[in-house]
Design a protein around this ligand. Structure first.
Ligand code: AMP
Ligand code: ZN
Length: 485
């Protein structure tokens, strides 16, 4: 669906600190890796601001006819998940399971287009062990006296390029903890952590040639991203890697060191980072006790369109300060668009075919929308463009000059990417082919549930949700319907 012809997208690349024209490595197809949630608790709307910025990127690329292969990991083993499982007296997998399910429910609620795969760190330990082995063979990793394996930063010349953190600062900023004594250099970081008693107790320890232990968080993303794109396309370079700004250092810096140290190839051509959602100027974070979860909003029946609208009213590279009335005004904005849509539908029905229409204004809106998003995903500008269109359209409709059809189409183009009205699923036609596909996926999900593979079942539910299919599990089996039906 190449609606607008050639691609003019420019994205701000953290690697170069510049806006750059974006071209995929291979024509028509993009590999996208986004760091997923740490499933130790419910994700908050700060996390979802980042996931929604990534959803905008994904939808806009797909809107231009690009085939996106989107990988999002689930961090189900790290210090936080282990600590939380221990605190709850549960095994790691028992503790994380409900948060994984909640994450998929939240994504579905917020109309986030599902990634193609959601590898869980605990299911990819083999590829992590392989990566550590490669790095040890290359002389870029060593086993410390504490039994953990560290990455030798001194051996990787490019270290610090992404975050532009000076060597001096890195040293001065290095925290002094017990592992400081096991490391050769304060900048070195753990790839593999020797198993502790707690790790063993919660089931977070694996055998490896270099000792029993568990992966470090940074290692997880490198191993998962590389194994996914190797398996799918036989490549070791991503087009885009994204996350929140807090991941630039050390997480993404370390991901680059591990991946490029092992492959000798550029790990990702573009690095995109979304700014924080703050409350009273402070980052929303469980640590600061100032969180609001997507689940809270869902349970309060807050319109997901309003949450999306709120997030897209500020550019992703600017901080968004969440205020009490912010959701109310977002809701008003969505309501105005909803009223306009109803008016267009009525106008389209009333008008005799071939009567007055508004092609030029609709084309103007599509062009303004595209220009805004091409400019480093400037969603607030795209939203402004739609409202100036609404004002103009309302005047013309008052004067009986438009029939609403072309205007409705332009609004549909806007909403296919921004997703505040959720117009898309309503337009899905249930052909036999669609029905067969949905039924096949529902059956796959039932088989996964029967095999107690709830992760696979969740992924299928999310995949179906992304295409507007809602499921309802009943004692007699799973029923499905298209959202909006
Ligand atoms: P985590 O679950 O902590 O691994 O984080 C998941 C994603 O949420 C990462 O991309 C983080 O950068 C992002 N994130 C965490 N806190 C915020 C926040 N307050 N605002 C925006 N993004 C955030
Ligand atoms: Zn990551």
């Amino acid at each position: 669906m190449e609606i607008f012809g050639g691609m003019n997208l420019r994205l701000y690349n953290t690697l170069t600190r510049r806006l750059e024209p974006f071209r995929p490595l291979h024509h028509g197809r993009v590999t996208l890796y986004t760091c997923g949630p740490t499933v130790w608790n419910y994700a908050h709307i700060g996390n979802f601001r980042t996931f929604l910025f990534e959803d905008l990127l994904r939808r806009y690329l797909e809107h231009q006819g690009i085939e996106v292969f989107h990988v999002m990991n689930l961090t189900d083993v790290d210090d936080r998940t282990i600590g939380a499982a221990q605190g709850a007296g549960l095994s790691l997998s028992e503790h994380t399971a409900p948060f994984i399910t909640a994450f998929f429910e939240d994504c579905q609620y917020l109309r986030i287009r599902p990634a193609h795969v959601y590898p869980r760190a605990t299911e990819c330990v083999d590829s992590m062990i392989d990566l550590v082995t490669t790095l040890m063979d290359a002389g870029l990793a060593y086993r410390g006296e504490d039994g953990s394996v560290y990455f030798a930063v001194a051996g990787f010349e490019d270290y610090g390029r992404l975050s532009q953190v000076e060597r001096r600062e890195l040293k001065a900023g290095g925290r002094v903890s017990s592992d400081e004594y096991a490391k050769e250099d304060a900048r070195d970081f753990a790839l593999w952590k020797a198993a502790s008693e707690v790790d063993e107790a919660v089931g977070a320890a694996w055998d490896a040639p270099f000792g029993r232990g568990r992966p470090g968080w940074h290692l997880e993303c490198s191993a998962i991203a590389l194994s996914q794109i190797r398996a799918r396309y036989g490549i070791e370079t991503l087009d885009i890697h994204a996350g929140g700004v807090d991941l630039i250092f050390p997480h993404h810096e370390n991901e680059i060191a591990q991946s490029e140290g092992a492959t000798g190839q550029t790990f990702s051509r573009f690095w995109l980072h979304g700014e924080f959602l703050t409350i009273g100027g402070t980052k929303m974070s469980k640590r600061f006790g100032n969180t609001l979860t997507a689940r809270d909003l869902r349970e309060e029946n807050v319109d997901a369109g309003a949450v999306r609208y709120l997030c897209y009213s500020t550019h992703y590279r600017q901080r968004l300060n969440f205020m009490d009335d912010a959701l109310d005004s977002a809701r008003e904005g969505v309501e105005r668009l909803g009223e306009f849509r109803r008016r267009l539908e009525a106008a389209a029905e009333d008008a005799p075919a071939g009567d007055a229409s508004c092609p030029s204004a609709a084309i103007d809106l599509e062009a303004a929308f595209q220009a805004a998003l091409d400019d480093d995903l400037n969603a607030p500008q795209a939203v402004a463009a739609v409202f100036s269109f609404v004002r103009k359209a309302n005047r013309e409709l008052d004067a009986g000059k438009w029939d609403g059809v072309a205007a409705g189409r332009a609004l549909g183009v806007f909403d296919g990417v921004i997703g505040v009205l959720d117009l898309l699923p309503a337009s899905v036609e249930v052909t036999d082919e669609v029905r067969q596909w949905v039924e096949r996926r529902v059956a796959d999900r039932e088989a996964a549930r029967a095999a107690r593979d709830y992760g696979a079942a969740d992924v299928i539910r999310a995949e179906l949700a992304g295409r507007g299919v809602e499921l309802e599990d009943r004692p007699e089996g799973t029923r499905w319907r298209l959202r909006g039906d």
